[in-house]
Design a protein around this ligand. Sequence first.
Ligand SMILES: *[C@@H]1O[C@H](CO)[C@@H](O)[C@H](O)[C@H]1NC(C)=O
Ligand SMILES: CC(=O)N[C@H]1CO[C@H](CO)[C@@H](O)[C@@H]1O
Length: 204
Amino acid sequence: MFGFRGQGKGLAVAAILFATCVSAKAGDVVYASLGDVARSPIGWVEFCADNPAECRGGATQPRDIVMSQTAWRDLVRVNKWVNESIKPMTDMDHWGVIEKWSLPTDGYGDCEDYVLLKRKMLMDAGWPREALLITVVRDKKGEGHAVLTVKTDKGEFVLDNQNESIVAWTETGYRFVKRQSQSDPNVWVSLGDNRPAVSTASSR
Ligand SMILES: *[C@@H]1O[C@H](CO)[C@@H](O)[C@H](O)[C@H]1NC(C)=O
Ligand SMILES: CC(=O)N[C@H]1CO[C@H](CO)[C@@H](O)[C@@H]1O
């Protein structure tokens, strides 16, 4: 950690600009309108280089989950298991960097790592990746955060390491910034920041 002392200021600025879930204050970033292609979050490209299997898959047809009681139970089980099994640790404490996306194979991770593991477990269980969208939001304090959106015929639900319950996206109080496109996991689409809350999470 000593090595970072002298760079404290630069790192703090970088954290504000880049970190998904440890950032201090959100700058007033203006995002493109709903459905526009957005830049992938910092950490995604490196994650894909390290874990190509998690990012595989070119363009496909968007596909939602048919939400049955069984599917809901599976979702609740995966969400609970990951929340309870992974211990929270910032990327700086874990890796010595502001932002690193990784599957929490050593049992530690921060918000996006919970998301990556939930997505992987659901896909391993046969859920279509087109319905499991990594999503970047701002929480009520304006801080960056990552959750997993599950697109279903009953609506869009959010799996979140900050919430025991799985809730509809409209119940989170978050501002939705961007998420993976349903038709291509390596394309990120803006969810818009300035529009009325009701319409923000309904893009591709
Ligand atoms: C967490 O879940 C509760 C329902 O149990 C909901 O009322 C609340 O808004 C949720 N908070 C977030 C941040 O999603
Ligand atoms: C948000 C949430 O459900 N957090 C819980 C995840 O699991 C740990 C360990 O049981 C709990 O302490 C958290 O409250």
